[in-house]
Design a protein around this ligand. Structure first.
Ligand code: BMA
Length: 386
């Protein structure tokens, strides 16, 4: 009995010590208001940015793919090359409306679990947010018939605007979700949060023609300040534009909310042409030269990590796209990661990663084996102090 008690006592003691130490690790650091692990991740991303290796990422990789949805431990990328992506992307759109599923039908509880799984395999998660329009109560994409509403939405959020309180309650739901990202051992899982993306275009209500520069910056600051106030200690923030700057750094940074608000500078750009595959690939290489080099330069100047926050070739129509277009386009630039978009199970032809039997699958295996690319199995110590 005594022995059993001692054993129980010891186990309880060990558990308490380990919980306490995780608890302490979850405490925000005085200088940055974030956990040590989150700062370590940022340092690792910057270190990766300075090397000639990058993490491969895929949106919604583990929750559905071509011909399947909702399976456990499945991934089109893993089925093709044997490993998970080093980075996963998920979207928080519809969290703000209180829905249990996001805009693409993925359960938020599942997303939470997959973020934790990804952390436990040593990888990273990036979260985008196709946020509803709080003024129209409709999607984030601008609707032509509602242009007056779309172009006054950001202003309606700011100051004492009519949607301010509602929007703050939406941010609080995001904060709640980020705060809930905890492993069974009580470790707060760091993530990259990438709201208000592609703002240099005008297809979202927060886009270029729909708000002023000052209002866009104010939206960012309101977002980050509120999340911090709500106790979010595990988020890095990514600024990610489209290609509308044309490679002009001043234009690219026009709506940058400031170094205190941003950790990672990135770009969304795709391989596409209405004319031909050759043209799509040639233009992709040109775009990379113009934009990715600029992103890396700006990230360096501002002391931030650099990334290609979204990219890909819808339907991957060229079978050697991975090694003959993507790699030559980006491998020479010091990015920390690139993320290809989702393999939709419900939208014919809307996929950006290969799946077994796809014509680019064997080329993807070469891409996987290439010295520049990192997958989950290559991840080691991203969250440890350098
Ligand atoms: C777009 C498309 C949509 C999707 C949205 C948010 O690029 O993939 O089908 O709903 O992203 O994930």
């Amino acid at each position: 009995m005594k022995k059993l008690f001692l054993l129980t006592f010891t186990v309880l003691g060990l558990l308490t010590v380990s919980c306490n130490s995780n608890q302490q690790d979850n405490d925000p650091m005085a200088e940055t208001g974030r956990t040590q692990r989150t700062e370590n991740l940022l340092a690792s991303l910057k270190e990766l940015s300075a090397q000639d290796k990058f993490m491969f990422g895929h949106q919604d990789d583990v929750v559905y793919g071509i011909g399947w949805v909702g399976d456990s431990a499945r991934s089109d990328v893993k089925s093709v090359c044997g490993d998970y992506p080093a980075l996963l992307g998920f979207d928080l759109g519809r969290l703000e409306t209180g829905s249990s599923k996001n805009l693409d039908g993925v359960d938020f509880d599942r997303i939470r679990q997959e973020i934790i799984n990804q952390y436990e395999r040593g990888g990273v998660t990036s979260l985008s947010w196709h946020c509803y329009n709080p003024l129209s109560d409709r999607q984030s994409w601008v609707e032509d018939s509602l242009l007056d509403v779309e172009s006054t939405t950001v202003a309606s959020i700011l100051g004492e605007g009519e949607t301010h309180d509602k929007f703050i309650s939406w941010l609080d739901l995001v904060a709640q979700f980020l705060n809930s990202l905890e492993t069974a051992d009580g470790v707060k899982v760091p993530v990259i949060f990438r709201p208000w993306h592609e703002h240099t275009g005008s297809w979202f209500w927060w886009g270029q023609n729909n708000c002023t520069t000052d209002d866009y910056k104010a939206l960012w600051r309101l977002t980050v300040d509120r999340l911090r106030e709500q106790g979010v200690v595990n988020a890095l923030y990514a600024y990610s534009t489209g290609t509308e700057s044309g490679g002009d750094p001043d234009k690219f940074m026009e709506r940058y909310p400031g170094d205190d608000y941003i950790d990672l500078i990135g770009l969304d750009f795709y391989c596409a042409s209405p004319n031909s595959e050759e043209e799509a690939c040639a233009q992709y290489l040109e775009k990379a030269e113009k934009h990715v080099s600029m992103v890396c330069q700006l990230a360096k100047e501002h002391g931030k990590a650099a990334a290609v926050t979204e990219t890909g070739y819808e339907g991957i129509k060229t079978s050697d796209w991975w090694t003959k277009t993507l790699l030559p386009a980006v491998a020479q630039y010091p990015i920390s990661y690139l993320l290809v978009w989702r393999n939709a199970h419900d939208k014919e032809g809307h996929f950006y990663a290969p799946y077994p039997g796809h014509s680019s699958a064997s080329d993807f295996v070469n891409f996987y084996k290439d010295e520049h690319t990192l997958f989950a199995g290559d991840m080691n110590g991203l969250y440890e102090a350098k």
